[in-house]
Each structure stands twice: as structure tokens, then as C-alpha cells.
Design a protein around this ligand. Sequence first.
Ligand code: ZN
Ligand code: ZN
Length: 200
Amino acid sequence: MKKLLILSLIIILGSFIWVTAKFINFIEPGSVTPTIHVQPFHGMPQETQDYVMKELKKMYPYVELEKPIALPQSSFYEPRKRYRADSIIAYLSRITPRNHVSIGLTAKDISTTTKNSKDWGVMGLAYRPGKAGITSTKRIKNDRQYFKVVIHELGHTQGLPHCPVSSCYMRDAKGKNPLDQEKEFCTKCKNHLVAKGWKL
Ligand SMILES: [Zn+2]
Ligand SMILES: [Zn+2]
């Protein structure tokens, strides 16, 4: 009798755990605020990593700094001696756990294919929406400017498209460097991020 009771208890408990796990699995995508992994690549100065962390923590509650890693060798583009941004974000996306977003920081030059160019140098690139983005300090003057690129790419991962407001962080750089004109997220972009747990 006692054995039967214990067995029934185990079955009830087991079913409860199974249903709970299923439920968490069901509600997880999009409804839990993701953790942002700041992922430096080798050669990124410590001060820049610290600056990005300090500023990002003011805007978003869950941010973690990862240990520096090497850029994937497969992303190296021999003809221009630089790294393919699309290949880097594919790599970052693969190594990023579920319900996390990775933003890569590199000092190397990065590039992607555009309408008019096979290999076009960029300041950053990200999935929209998605789990990964990459940013480069190569075309940037200072940490303040660089942080704007970081949050622009993170904005893309959160689903934001380019924005027509010239002072908004989501402005399209269009091959130039308009970063000093960007002051904040405009109201529309801000509202989109606040709904996703950003503290703006
Ligand atoms: Zn963009
Ligand atoms: Zn905007």
C-alpha cells in the first residue's frame, strides 16, 4: 500500500514537472526579456569594452560581458584583407544561447554585400530581428560614437528598422558617419524598445 502511494506521488509530481516545463517552453519565445551578451573579439581595448558596458547598463537591465574570443577564420575576406560581417553574425548567432542576444565588438574592419557593392565596409551589421549583431571601431572616432553603433545594431536585433528621424540612433548611416547628429532614440523607436524591457 505504502509503495503504491509513493509510486502515485512520483507519477503526479512527474506530470506536474512535465506540464510546467512544457508551459515555460511555450511562453518563452519573445515574452521573456533576453540577456544581452557583449562579446568582444581579440584586440578590442578594455576601456572601450568597459564604456560600452557602463552605458548599456543604464538602458537595459540584463547585460553580461563575455571573455574575448577570436574572429571566425571563415569570415576573413582575403581580397580586401578584412572580415565579412554577415559571416560573423551567423557565427555569433550559432554560439548564442536561447533567449540571449550577442553584440560583437571588434577593432578589425568589417564588410558586407550591398545593392551596389560586393564588399562594402560597414560600422556594424545585425539581424532584424535576431540573436546577433557585430560592430567595428575601425571607422569610428571615439567611444561615444562607437556606443551609438552598438545600440543601433542592438535596435535591429530587437526588430527596429532604419528610422527617418535624423537625430535618432536608428538613422541609416548611408555610407557616411552621421553619429554626432544622433542624440537619442526617437519616440517611436523608444516605445518599441520600452515594450521589450528597455529602460529609456
Ligand atoms: Zn542599420
Ligand atoms: Zn527612430
